[in-house]
Design a binder for this molecule. Structure first.
Ligand SMILES: [Zn+2]
Length: 299
């Protein structure tokens, strides 16, 4: 009997993570290093996809489909990443078409944080919540919106770009705008903020540890960052009346330091709501969320 192998790839700044779903069960996973240019990128994606299919047991009579999660603004009708601030070699390349030609499989392209939101909705912390926003905190900040159990990509793939919403500062962002959430709260920016105020922490986990040990500067930075984070989440809550916010990505473990200030800040700006009206919790799929969601997007 012909089987359908849905392969998901998550193209990130340091690694490409991938896996295979068969009847919505993960049957194989693998990863490789991130490429440095576009041609290398196509080769790496092709090789990883093919080795995943082979190692999952796909034969020549089986059907393989691929979902690719990529960072940046995705134009789904053209299958192109139009603006990837943190992986600029992708910009305006015919990514979906080039990959489909190499593999001879149907290829679907999705924004990486949107894919991660779909992964969390089906396999992780989103399973118990019909509607939520996932925010991914790492080198950049992404977001994905799930409404009534379905991914909302918007008119063409731009939905959920939480990292480029306006925050209450004027620092320049890699996207070219001023004052984006990402320019203040991404992992490197948060660390820089702390260092500018005199912290000796050299990584976000170190800043987190300092806060746990009672360092007043680290605690203060996280409280203020939490308030900014909550202000931005409140804008989302006001438009969509979402009550559930999940934090994923490598920076997610700092959530306990941000949570109280963020919840208070959301409530302060949402017309009589109180902090306990909202759920703010860590995502649970870790770095598997992107490929899981990408595979679910595969035709
Ligand atoms: Zn921006």
């Amino acid at each position: 009997m012909t089987k359908t192998f849905r392969i998901g790839l998550d193209l990130g700044g340091t690694a490409i993570k991938g896996g295979v779903l068969l009847d919505n069960e993960s049957v194989h996973e693998a990863s490789c290093e991130s490429p440095k240019d576009y041609q290398e990128c196509l080769g790496a994606l092709e090789n990883l996809a093919q080795s995943l299919a082979i190692n999952a047991g796909a034969s020549s009579v089986d059907i393989c489909t691929l979902g690719l999660a990529a960072p940046g603004a995705v134009n789904q009708s053209d299958g192109v990443v139009t603006d990837s601030p943190n992986l600029q070699f992708l910009d305006n390349q015919p990514l979906r078409e080039d990959l489909a030609n190499r593999l001879s499989w149907p290829v679907t392209l999705e924004n990486d944080a949107s894919a991660a939101a779909l992964g969390e909705a089906n396999f992780g912390a989103g399973k118990n919540h019909p509607s939520f926003l996932l925010v991914t905190l790492g080198t950049g900040i992404g977001g994905g919106v799930v409404l009534n159990h379905k991914l909302w990509s918007g008119s063409g793939g731009l939905a959920g770009e939480f990292g480029h919403m306006r925050a209450n500062h004027d620092r320049p962002c890699n996207c070219g705008s001023l004052g984006c959430v990402e320019a203040g709260l991404s992992s490197p920016q948060l660390l820089k903020w702390a260092q500018d105020e005199g912290s000796s922490a050299t990584s976000l986990p170190a800043l987190s540890k300092a806060a746990e040990e009672g360092d007043s500067l680290a605690i203060s930075i996280f409280q203020r960052a939490g308030a900014y984070f909550g202000e931005a989440l409140a804008q989302v809550a006001l438009i969509l009346d979402l009550r559930v916010f999940l934090l994923g990505g490598g920076g997610a473990p700092i959530l306990p330091h941000l949570k109280e200030a963020a919840l208070q800040s959301i409530a302060d700006r949402t017309l009589g709501r109180i902090p306990s009206d909202f759920v703010l919790e860590q995502a649970t799929c870790g770095n598997r969320a992107g490929w899981l969601g990408a595979a679910l997007c595969a035709d």
